[in-house]
Design a protein around this ligand. Structure first.
Ligand SMILES: Cc1cc2nc3c(=O)[nH]c(=O)nc-3n(C[C@H](O)[C@H](O)[C@H](O)COP(=O)(O)OP(=O)(O)OC[C@H]3O[C@@H](n4cnc5c(N)ncnc54)[C@H](O)[C@@H]3O)c2cc1C
Ligand code: FES
Length: 287
């Protein structure tokens, strides 16, 4: 979506892209059984200088480092929020931290959802699972600049009601009327209350009324979601140049040096994670 921008840190980050800077955890909130949201502040009070869609390399001392997407909008305040799923060593250690503790950050890194290419367009924001974390950064941005965008439709899918991220905010987005917002889950366990849709997220696309010329779709989710969502978007007449995806790859350096995140001739960490679909190799290669 955006030309590569990050051979180094943007905004107010430190000069060295190799050296983590310390941040304080201001608050931690449970999102689900396995995901927590961390609000971070810099001791010097400066902003993090990120754009929606970018990621940080997060380090816990003595454990290691992992890429985590920024989940908050840069225009909401001089803080940064990360939604973190407990997946392994680093994220498990993060889940044991408390407000007032420090963690290390490098970044922000990577390409972003370029608001100048989205302004004036209808937006179809489709996310699955943890994909709502980076998407929320864009949604908050659009919410605060609502007049700059056309119709905005949010579609979100999770495995079960207990896996739905940002439940309160989804309800608020649905009720406030600024967006059309639909949430679906694959399965509702017995005894669980659920008033949203049931079934895969792809089922929400065919009934939508979309003008393919003035619509841009942004898709963020698990790898299995992309192929089927993109097929439905094509069926609606959207060209690849109107489809933006954010991809995940195993990463080490985050700055285009180690080659761990290669997608064909591209590096996910500096050419992505946000890509316009027509700039990528074939779907089978990227998935
Ligand atoms: C650009 C980017 C943005 C990300 N944003 C987030 C985010 O917002 N929130 C979040 O919770 N996680 C995010 N991740 C995923 C996170 O970086 C990995 O889960 C990371 O491995 C966690 O580190 P760990 O030490 O806790 O787990 P590890 O011990 O490294 O791994 C746990 C398990 O996850 C697998 N794994 C590791 N990396 C990946 C990957 N990139 N894709 C698929 N499987 C992987 C491992 O093989 C292992 O099975 C993001 C990854 C990328 C590349
Ligand atoms: S993570 Fe090292 S090149 Fe992308």
């Amino acid at each position: 979506m955006k030309p590569r921008t990050t051979s180094g840190v943007q905004g107010n980050g430190p000069a060295s892209v190799y050296e983590p800077f310390l941040c304080e955890i201001e608050s931690i909130r449970d999102l689900t059984r396995t995901e927590k949201i961390f609000r971070l502040i810099r001791p010097d009070g400066l902003a993090f200088g990120h754009r929606p869609g970018q990621f940080m390399q997060v380090s816990v001392f003595g454990i290691g480092e992992a890429p985590i997407s920024v989940s908050s909008s840069p225009i909401r305040g001089d803080y940064l929020e990360l939604a973190v799923r407990k997946a392994g060593r680093l994220t498990g250690a993060m889940h044991n931290l408390s407000p007032g503790d420090s963690i290390g950050l490098r970044g922000p890194f990577g390409t972003f959802f370029d608001s100048s290419a989205l302004e004036g367009m209808d937006l179809l924001l489709i996310s699955g699972g943890c994909g709502l974390a980076p998407m929320r950064s864009l949604i908050q941005y659009v919410e605060d600049r609502r007049a700059d965008f056309g119709r905005v439709t949010i579609l979100y899918g999770a495995k079960s009601p207990g896996d739905v991220l940002y439940r309160d905010e989804l309800a608020k987005w649905r009720q406030a009327g600024a967006f059309a917002c639909q949430v679906t889950v694959d399965d509702v366990p017995d005894g669980t209350c659920w008033d949203g849709h049931l079934g895969l997220i792809t089922r929400l696309i065919p009934p939508l009324r979309i003008d393919p010329v003035r619509t841009v779709a942004v898709v963020v989710g698990p790898p299995v979601m992309y192929r089927f969502v993109i097929e439905e978007l094509h069926a609606k007449g959207l060209q690849d140049s109107h489809i933006i995806v954010s991809l995940e790859r195993h990463m080490k350096c985050g700055i285009g040096k180690c080659g761990h995140c290669a997608i064909g001739h591209l590096y996910c960490c500096i050419d992505g994670p946000v890509f316009r679909l027509d700039t990528l190799p074939s779907l089978s290669e990227i998935l």
